[in-house]
Design a protein around this ligand. Structure first.
Ligand code: SF4
Length: 395
């Protein structure tokens, strides 16, 4: 793996305005960045794929708009490009969402508005985003000044499509792969051959020059408890990828609204330590969501710095929170975003892990929870204190 030489100087040279960031925030970032090795992938300097490349216009915007100007509103968004998917994962956050899917013109309008509202990192999701025949055109439009990442099962991918996506500006891709045993992955994904599809997609993406390639994995609580995460990471590293993007299984669908599936704080901390241990070596980067979003780093930013627009136009605080704060067809996106910002102050721990029981009480069997029910639910939610970063940011 190529690591960058003197990355801090390269980043500073491109972003002299970094010197205007408040010293306490700069120190926080320096400390955070020391936990990773900066990779050089093509021309991009990448810490991990939850942030734009450090030498990109999007990162420059991040420093200026978020760290210096402290612009209100989200910096990160995920957008569903289609609701269709050949796989049927039991834990898929889109599994129970329904409606009329947006067409590409509507998606494009959403993307333009998101960028106007300050989005500088955009994740394509679905359904299977590759099934949107306009994905290359959408990527081209989105990637101007914004870092675009793709989350995919790899279904229907061709080498030409992978090259076209990179040429359109895609900086990173994560292929879903949840287990090293083909039969377990296929069973979780509800389709035979899902494992083979994922491995083939990883290989195709790895052959595209300059593309940051990773796997995104949903870790079951059993895997975490039985101490198998190390073994899984060893398998992923053998695939020659740049990054393992990890998340524990989230209680986003009704079938998983049960304590036995939700990880404990000790288990989260165990994964944070595992990540730090891995990233001290010069191998694949481990990027666990509960590390980035942990209390010791950036915390949960659902609805404040992160939003999700699903394939039907419903807007949620993040992909894992099964509530809608409105549909882009019914209310201006800017209004929905403002509405959400007023209700989600950000906090040190994962909103959905903590509150899924309240979703259970208010869902009336419908996912995502309707706006009125979500508002009622939020009145009884107590937000935890801020994460370390946001204590500094808001002080
Ligand atoms: S609710 Fe959980 S998954 Fe969603 S942004 Fe917050 S920490 Fe991340």
């Amino acid at each position: 793996m190529k690591t960058a030489r003197l990355p801090a100087l390269q980043v500073l040279w491109r972003n002299p305005h970094m010197l205007k960031v408040r010293p306490s925030l700069s120190l926080f970032f320096l400390d955070y960045m020391r936990k990773f090795r900066v990779r050089k992938v093509g021309e991009n300097l990448i810490l991990h794929s939850h942030l734009p490349p450090l030498n990109s216009p999007a990162y420059s915007r991040f420093i200026r708009e978020q760290l210096i100007e402290k612009r209100e509103g989200p910096s990160h968004a995920q957008v569903g490009l289609t609701a269709e998917c050949p796989q049927r994962c039991s834990y898929c956050y889109n599994r129970e969402r329904k409606g009329q899917a947006m067409d590409s013109a509507e998606i494009l309008a959403v993307v333009r508005e998101l960028k106007r509202l300050g989005i500088l990192w955009l994740g394509w999701t679905g359904g299977e985003p590759l099934l949107n025949k306009d994905i290359v055109r959408l990527t081209e439009e989105a990637s101007d000044g914004c870092a675009v990442k793709l989350f995919t099962t790899g279904s229907t991918l061709t080498p030409g499509m992978a090259r076209d996506l990179k040429a359109a500006g895609l900086f990173s891709v994560s292929v879903s792969l949840d287990h090293w045993k083909p039969e377990v992955h296929d069973r979780n994904r509800g389709v035979d051959g899902a494992f083979a599809t994922a491995l083939r997609a990883v290989e195709i993406f790895r052959n595209v020059d300059g593309l940051h390639v990773g796997v995104s994995a949903v870790l079951s609580r059993d895997m975490i408890r039985q101490g198998q995460t190390d073994e899984f990471l060893g398998f992923l590293e053998g695939l020659g990828i740049h990054e393992a993007w990890l998340s524990e299984l989230k209680p986003s669908v009704q079938a998983f609204w049960n304590d036995s599936y939700v990880i404990s704080e000790d288990e989260r901390v165990g994964l944070v330590r595992l990540q730090d241990r891995y990233n001290r070596r010069n191998g694949m980067t481990v990027n666990y969501l509960g590390h980035f979003e942990g209390r010791e780093h950036f915390g949960c930013n659902a609805g404040r710095k992160m939003i999700y627009v699903d394939a039907f136009g419903e807007v949620s605080p993040c992909v894992f929170t099964p509530m809608t704060m409105g549909n882009v067809r019914d209310r201006p996106l800017a209004q929905i975003v403002r509405d959400m910002r007023e209700r989600f102050p950000s906090e040190e721990s994962c909103f959905i892990n903590k509150n899924y029981r309240s979703f259970q009480a208010h869902s009336k069997g419908a996912i995502p929870i309707a706006r009125e029910d979500a508002l009622e639910m939020l009145e009884n939610v107590t937000f935890a204190p801020m994460s370390k970063f946001f204590k500094l940011y808001d002080s």
